[in-house]
Design a protein around this ligand. Structure first.
Ligand code: ADP
Ligand code: MG
Length: 361
């Protein structure tokens, strides 16, 4: 059976499509896929989470051919065939503990679990090189078959993470590096709060942010915002585009600082950087929302060292770095704040830095 984790991004948001830096970690929540080989070219996929099985053949799994959730799963078969693999007809059975649509990347967990299950069927060893092939196939499945443009952050961490570490990803050259997280020994935990809201116009908002970043990059005459400095930004005339670029430039610097802080076990500094990331996403990038701000403000008041929205924004999840003995109090404070604000209940999850996709019994 293939198994692949969801992820949460510790810091480095909206930097992936700007050739920037991010620092996600794989979660203990994961998706499993049991793949059974067939003698014909038929494909079927069913999920314990969604009561809509899909059936077709290997000729029906490409771009424009599959609607709905199944596109994330069977799109991987198409992408692996595109990369030259002889993928047979298969029956796929999906199950998951990753909440869907919470910004914890249930989509990449599904793709990557299919990919490793198929790799196993074909007796491929999960070498580092093979994992990178799978990252690209899963990214293509999501972009080209499911139709959700993605830079590959989610697939990269799901397939390449190391237990106990975050993964520093540099989107300028695609390189990755493990960043061991020692906050356990300091008595800290990373809490995830799924706000269970997803505000309308998410896709439009995302596309508009990318367009603003491209406009700022063009105004500066640089290959990407990775090359920009704070001083450069005065040359971006449009105030909104300047704010977007300022977020990206300062966020890349915060990721670099966060890696240093983690190395020095300076958790106060890491917390401060997380909160600064949130403020930048809220004010300069304008992708936060009332619910995410409420989680962050409440967690900080209740004793978190730092807190921020995580993922694309407009809803989804926030994270908070908290002393273990304050974890319950922080969670309860968030619950009460949501009741007081007349909002629906949140979901609390724990972010335990976990290992990558693999084969399980
Ligand atoms: P996220 O990746 O943050 O959870 P997305 O919108 O990118 O949010 O992906 C969520 C979608 O992925 C779901 O709406 C569904 O189509 C698909 N999906 C993920 N996990 C499963 C699953 N276990 N069963 C069926 N579909 C799933
Ligand atoms: Mg996703």
């Amino acid at each position: 059976m293939g198994r692949a984790p969801g992820r949460v991004n510790l810091i480095g948001e909206h930097t992936d499509y700007n050739a920037g830096l991010c620092l996600p970690l794989a979660l203990s929540y994961a998706t499993t896929v049991r793949a059974t080989v067939r003698v014909d070219r038929a494909v079927s996929v069913r999920s314990a989470q969604v009561d809509e099985p899909w059936t077709g053949t290997l000729d029906d799994v490409g771009p424009g051919q599959v609607e709905g959730w199944a596109s994330y799963a069977v799109g991987v078969l198409w992408a692996l065939r595109e990369s030259g693999w002889e993928v047979p007809g298969v029956d796929l059975e999906v199950d998951s503990t990753v909440p869907m649509g919470a910004g914890l990347s249930s989509s990449a967990a599904l793709e990557c679990a299919v990919a490793v299950a198929v790799a196993d069927l074909l007796d491929h060893d999960l070498t580092p090189e093979l994992r990178r092939t799978l990252v690209e196939a899963c990214r293509r499945a999501e972009s080209e078959v499911a139709g959700a443009p993605t830079g590959g952050l989610d697939q990269t961490v799901s397939l390449l993470a190391s237990p106990g570490s975050a993964l520093l990803i540099d989107f300028r050259d695609g390189s990755t590096r493990d960043v061991p997280l020692g906050w356990d020994d300091a008595g800290l935990r990373l809490l995830v709060v799924d706000t269970r809201v997803s505000h309308a116009l998410v896709d439009g908002g995302y596309a508009a942010r990318r367009a603003d970043c491209e406009a700022a990059t063009a105004a500066l005459g640089l290959p990407s915002l990775r090359e920009a400095t704070l001083a450069d930004l005065d040359r971006v005339e449009h105030p909104r585009e300047r704010g977007r670029a300022r977020h990206v430039v300062t966020e890349n610097a915060r990721v670099e600082e966060a890696v240093v802080a983690i190395g020095e076990l300076d958790w106060t500094r890491l917390g401060t950087l997380m909160t600064a990331s949130h403020v930048s996403l809220r004010d300069d990038f304008e992708v936060s929302c009332h619910e995410l701000d409420l989680v962050v403000d409440t967690a900080l008041q209740a004793g978190a060292l730092g807190a921020r929205m995580t993922g694309g924004g407009f809803g989804g999840s926030a994270i908070a770095l908290v002393p273990a003995e304050r974890a319950d109090a922080v969670a309860r404070a968030v619950d009460l704040a949501f009741v007081a604000a007349g909002l629906g209940a949140v979901h609390h999850l724990d972010a335990v830095p976990s290992g990558p996709a693999g084969i399980v019994a």
